[in-house]
Design a protein around this ligand. Structure first.
Ligand code: ACO
Length: 371
């Protein structure tokens, strides 16, 4: 038996949800560059779940359906209020809340396709409500109920801040959601598929995926990037900070990728957004620091920024708390997880690889008093 560490290069399934071919990312055949410039996040969710772009009326009703299902049970909010609030990371709160949601859904374990599609819709609609409610509850504020007249991106920012967001913020946030929606067989999506391939339920799949996304080698990197930029503080500190980190063989968060070796196609959109938004906020230092970090890490290590690197300064410029960056990634990636879960159910086979055994040879049991 031979092993491939981290399953690098292993093709573990077929999928029609998204593809990465020669560094080009497509969702159901549509280039991410096109979608980032033109599509609403609702359109992208529809595309991922149905394999085609919606017509005008279909998009209108789908957007309405999402808005109609956005409220979460009061008991989930009460549960958040009972957490030892200051110590809870929002990703942990989100993981728990999604798992709890299953307890309020009498069809949680019904495996028919229609029931699973309805669960997908509810989860996608309610994730933003959970993330924003937790953000407010931990600050001693009441959650803001979702509005039915606002689109997905606008509703998130509205529920987060309690006031209607401006158009620039909505467009930027929408684009970030589009860019993060799906990414072939990334670690959290694979986790979701492994989970539901046992014929476990949709809520379990999403809960498992959130657990995988939380780690700093995956979605958690965007928060880690902002911690690094905050620590660096000023452009002139970049050079000594990065030099020391590279000399110590530390990983620079937001750089490198298992699949892309010639650059992540999402990064350029986020770089451009970071420039635009930091110009508007008057805090261009975050963009300038990021550029300088990129210059050094790419110049010296040949590593290119991934989706997480510039998303940090983008979300910061939108006034979002740094520990909400990864939950926002989950708000978007849920659309991809759900598409993959539905695809897995449609042609399921248990996912069960092998391990090459490297432990001790044959042992003889020794009674405890003789050890
Ligand atoms: N900073 C410094 N060195 C790095 C980095 C980095 N960010 N990424 C990779 N390297 C180096 C490794 O140390 C290793 O060097 P070595 O061969 O001298 O030991 C070499 O490049 C290969 O790296 P691996 O860790 O083996 O690459 P792998 O494919 O396993 O990991 C990963 C990919 C996890 C993304 C890695 O690049 C990393 O840890 N990056 C930082 C975390 C990050 O940004 N994660 C987000 C990824 S995108 C996403 O999930 C949304």
């Amino acid at each position: 038996m031979s092993t491939t560490r981290g399953l690098e290069g292993i093709v573990a399934t077929t999928s029609s949800v998204s593809s990465i071919i020669e560094s080009v990312l497509t969702y159901q055949g549509y280039d991410i560059d096109d979608l980032a410039d033109n599509a609403s996040f609702e359109e992208v969710i529809y595309l991922l779940w149905n394999g085609r772009l919606p017509k005008e009326q279909e998009l209108r009703s789908f957007t309405q359906e999402l808005a109609d299902h956005a409220e979460i049970p009061q008991a989930i909010i009460d549960q958040m209020k009972s957490y030892p609030i200051n110590e809870v990371h929002p990703m942990a709160a989100l993981r728990t809340a999604i798992s709890s949601l299953a307890l309020f859904d009498e069809n949680a374990d019904v495996m028919e396709e229609e029931a699973n599609r309805l669960k997908a819709l509810k989860i996608q609609a309610q994730i933003p409500t959970i993330v924003t409610a937790f953000s407010r509850v931990r600050e001693g504020q009441e959650p803001v109920a979702p509005r039915k007249d606002l689109g997905f991106a606008a509703n998130f920012l509205y529920m987060l801040n309690g006031k209607e967001p401006d158009e620039v913020s909505v467009n930027a946030f929408n684009k970030a959601l589009v860019l993060h929606a799906d990414h072939e067989l990334n670690a959290s999506t694979f986790t979701a598929r492994v989970c539901v391939a046992t014929l476990s339920d949709v809520y379990s799949g999403i809960t498992a995926a959130i657990g995988a996304l939380k780690g700093p080698l995956h979605g958690g990197a965007n928060e880690a990037v902002m911690s690094m930029l905050t620590e660096i503080e000023e452009v002139e500190n970049v050079e000594p900070y990065i030099r020391k980190a590279l000399d110590n063989k530390e990983k620079i968060m937001g750089f490198g990728h298992r699949v892309y070796k010639n650059g992540d196609p999402r990064a350029k959109h986020l770089r451009e957004m970071s420039k635009r938004l930091t110009d508007i906020t008057g805090e261009s230092k975050w963009y300038e620091m990021s550029l300088k970090v990129e210059d050094m890490v790419t110049g010296e290590k040949g590593l290119l920024p991934n989706v997480d690197f510039y998303s940090a300064s983008v979300y910061h410029s939108l006034g979002i708390k740094h520990d909400l960056f990864t939950p926002i990634f989950a708000v978007s990636r849920a659309s991809g997880w759900l598409a993959h879960i539905l695809e897995q159910y449609s042609d399921n086979r248990l996912i069960r690889p092998r391990a090459e055994y490297v432990g001790p040879g044959k042992q003889t049991y020794v009674p405890i008093e003789q050890r």
